[in-house]
Design a protein around this ligand. Structure first.
Ligand code: SF4
Ligand code: SF4
Length: 305
């Protein structure tokens, strides 16, 4: 039997139970912090840093000042336009304990593999009944590759299937260490044009495309494409992704995810601006021509998450 380090610690920011959108059957999605990309439409901006963060909701705040008196770092002030000075805040959480309205919350919690497994066990009968299991999401789980490897091994030891939503952005040796423990990879391929990718996602895509080939050799892979107006919402962009996917192994399906401003409200909670503010949510019908390109190339296609 493979040895598993149940004491290995990682940083988790959410666990979503009874998901039916992130792999087969009923699943619990474990969201991990840390991501090397900075996609402009990111629906989990609180995931991007690899440490806990304080979220502040101005609409819930009654300006009682209790948190200001509690903070030993002097990080909170009504004179600050975003209220929280993030250069001073150490995310200790003391202010959240005194806030009477829940306007302050901490996102991100250090947990051991054993602690995560204990949580996941609550729904193990649902995984068994539905052929479901655990999905790792983020953020980018590969940024916590040692933790994620142990977690995936521990899930398999319980007899649960594993799925992994990934950007594919990591050093090749990390791919070799993690992906053999994944039953199904949901791999984002956002754009083939490297310059456009860098401008909109913060990194070039060379490593992603190189890793995509290896990932698809190791594990059953679905390619997922977030369709974003002004970035890749064109027949030319989708055709290039389809042509690239044809060169991969084991890929039967390409999923198209029309733009949705999911998570846009979180930017304000982090004191950040949402760059895609003016973009309307897309309807499924708006990607019908792109869906046809995928189907005509012989892939299965699902529109939406
Ligand atoms: S989390 Fe801690 S450091 Fe940050 S504002 Fe609250 S009390 Fe201050
Ligand atoms: S304790 Fe809560 S309600 Fe009071 S000022 Fe701070 S954030 Fe606002």
């Amino acid at each position: 039997m493979e040895e598993i380090n149940y004491e290995k610690k990682g940083i988790v920011f959410n666990m979503q139970r009874f998901s039916v959108r992130d792999g087969a059957g009923i699943r619990t999605v474990v969201f991990l912090k840390g991501c090397p990309l900075k996609c402009k439409w990111c629906s989990n901006p609180e995931s991007q840093t690899l440490k806990p963060m304080l979220l502040y909701s101005v609409s819930t705040c009654i300006h009682c000042g209790r948190c200001i008196a509690t903070c030993r770092q002097g990080a909170l002030s009504p004179d600050n336009p975003t209220f929280v000075d993030r250069t001073k805040c150490i995310a200790c959480g003391e202010c959240t304990a005194v806030c009477p309205t829940g306007a302050l919350t901490i996102k991100g919690k250090y947990m051991t593999v054993g602690e995560v497994i204990k949580e996941l066990k609550k729904d193990e009968s649902a995984y068994r009944r539905s052929n479901g299991g655990i999905t790792i999401s983020g953020g980018e789980g590969l940024t916590q590759h040692e933790f994620v490897t142990e977690l995936l091994k521990a899930c398999h030891a319980q007899g649960w299937t594993t799925a992994f939503e990934t950007t594919g952005f990591a050093q090749p040796e990390i791919i070799e260490a993690v992906i053999p423990h994944v039953d199904q990879v949901l791999l984002d391929i956002k754009c083939i044009d490297a310059d456009k990718h860098e401008k909109n996602c913060g990194v070039r895509n060379d490593l992603i495309l190189q890793n995509a080939r290896r990932i698809s050799e190791i594990s059953n892979t679905i390619v997922r494409v977030p369709v974003i107006p002004g970035f890749n919402y064109s027949e030319e962009d989708i055709r290039k992704i389809v042509e690239f996917t044809k060169t991969l192994h084991n890929v039967k399906a390409i999923h198209l995810l029309p733009y949705h401003a999911l998570g846009s409200n979180k930017y304000a909670l982090l004191g950040r601006e949402y760059e895609m503010e003016t973009l309307e949510n897309m309807r499924k019908e708006e990607v019908a021509d792109l869906e046809k390109i995928v189907l005509d190339a012989g892939f299965e296609c699902k529109v939406g998450g």
